[in-house]
Ligand binder design. Structure first.
Ligand code: SF4
Length: 463
């Protein structure tokens, strides 16, 4: 028996093309795991983001009509959930016999509650999907019938080597799209706002010979930029030097995301030599009380955090590496003073030549540990799941008092304008935000638990 499986990445409505990600690394890993096991499965990849960006890519309807999948596997983050539901309706219309499975960060965080809200899904995968998909496919291949219901992954597969057969048809269409490479999974830190607290991934590293092979295949495909999508690019790993050596053998632009406290002048110089061109790192805040509440770093690091953020960013600027320090606004204990100091630091660093600060808003994803533990700290939370993209405010901390939303938007816009970042992320207005705050329909707001209070209080004195 043979199985045809369609991997589907959802649409997320980002405000600019710079926020649009490329291939869904989770779906690539799932298919790779099964291909490496030689399961008799034909995989096809479809991205709703890509179809919006390139007219020559077949629509989902056309793919369904021609491919006629036995299994459709949808991966969704919170903001992609309305798209996931639309996709599942389309599948049921075009291919009523196709079994639909959904997984990814949002289903894992929201867990089984969502199952009853979404009649189109036959299977919900909670947690990492490789072993769950293997089980689903083996059941079908042995019995001709797919299992149904909730499948929770309790074990962890090794990080699979990507065989590329699935993406070769797309690589020539998106040569500029950073290709995701996953060298490790998991993180030993436990930042309060991080989705990994819900995911609980075991720490693993890909065999370095597999990584080298992937890099050389990407080079053959003329891919220009790769993005290391490790949960946390672990510079402290014993395999770090080997990884840098492998990267230095090629001419890729490499984007990494790591921790501020891993970076030093010696490390940054090594990164530059290996071809790392952009580094994203979470400063988040410099207010010690907030950093402590975020559990961002060890207590003995708190006092030096601001100094480190400044020196690391300046060194990166000197080396000509594009630095993206991330600053988080709207933490549950944010005050006027703390908001002002973080805004000022982001504006100052953003005026350096090779520095583009990223602004993120504290985002309590529905069902997440962060949302459950901090819910009472917010006066109001936006209902529209499509806006849970971290670069728009969706939660108003009580600690900011009156005009809280106005203050958050003003800080955001100042950083964007003063660091010349509006080309990448436009400024936002109170009207933009109020328009989506209470947006209410079955698709977009199926899951948000509303805290008490309302938004009027947060914006009452805003102009
Ligand atoms: S260091 Fe990064 S990946 Fe690790 S828990 Fe914190 S935010 Fe998440």
């Amino acid at each position: 028996m043979l199985c045809k499986a369609l991997l589907i990445d959802t649409f997320v409505d980002y405000p600019s093309e710079y926020n649009r990600y490329g291939f869904n690394s989770g779906l690539l890993a799932l298919a790779s795991h099964c291909i490496n096991l030689n399961l008799p499965v034909i995989f096809k990849y479809h991205s709703e983001m890509f179809t919006k960006q390139n007219q020559s890519i077949d629509s989902l309807e056309k793919v369904l009509d021609t491919f006629q999948p036995d299994l459709a596997l949808i991966s969704s983050i919170t903001a992609g959930w309305p798209s996931a539901i639309k996709i599942s309706k389309t599948i049921k219309l075009h291919c009523p016999t196709t079994t639909i499975a959904v997984g990814g960060i949002f289903p894992t965080i929201a867990k089984s509650n969502m199952f009853y809200k979404s009649p189109y899904f036959d299977i919900i995968i909670i947690g990492e999907g490789e072993l769950a998909l293997q089980e689903i496919l083996n059941t079908f291949l042995n019995t001709g019938v797919f299992p149904c219901g909730i499948i929770t992954s309790k074990a962890f597969a090794p990080i699979p080597k990507i065989p590329f057969s699935i993406i070769s048809e797309y690589s020539h269409l998106f040569p500029e799209t950073p290709f995701p490479i996953e060298n490790s999974r998991g993180c030993s830190s436990e930042c309060e706002f991080c989705y990994l607290r819900d995911f609980k991934k075991a720490k693993r590293i890909k065999p370095q010979e597999d990584l080298l092979d992937e890099l050389s295949r990407l080079d053959d495909y003329h891919v220009k930029t790769i993005r290391m999508v490790d949960d946390n690019f672990d510079i402290t790993s014993p395999l770090f030097e080997q990884l840098l050596f492998s990267l230095s053998l090629f001419d890729f632009n490499v984007i990494i995301e790591t921790r501020l406290d891993y970076l030093s002048s010696i490390i940054i110089e090594k990164l530059r030599k290996a071809g790392i061109s952009e580094v994203i790192y979470g400063v988040e805040h410099i207010d010690e009380r907030i950093l402590q509440s975020m559990k961002k770093t060890r207590t003995d690091n708190l006092r030096h955090w601001e100094k480190r953020a400044i020196s690391v960013t300046k060194i990166m600027d000197d080396f000509g590496i594009m630095a993206h320090p991330i600053f988080m606004l709207g933490w549950p204990s944010e005050s006027d003073t703390s908001l002002n100091i973080i805004k000022q630091l982001a504006c100052d660093l953003g005026s350096l030549k090779s520095v583009e600060p990223f602004v993120s808003f504290a985002t309590p994803h529905p069902g997440s540990l962060f949302q459950r533990t901090k819910l009472s700290s917010f006066t109001s939370i936006a209902k529209d799941l499509r806006k849970y993209i971290h670069i728009l405010p969706v939660a108003i901390p009580k600690s900011l008092g009156g005009e809280a939303l106005f203050k958050l938007i003003e800080a955001h816009n100042s950083i964007r304008i003063q660091s010349n970042m509006t080309y990448r992320n436009p400024t936002i207005s109170i009207d933009d935000v109020t328009n989506y705050w209470n947006y209410d329909d079955e698709l977009t707001s199926c899951y948000v638990i509303q805290p008490s209070g309302d938004m009027d209080n947060a914006i009452k004195d805003a102009p």
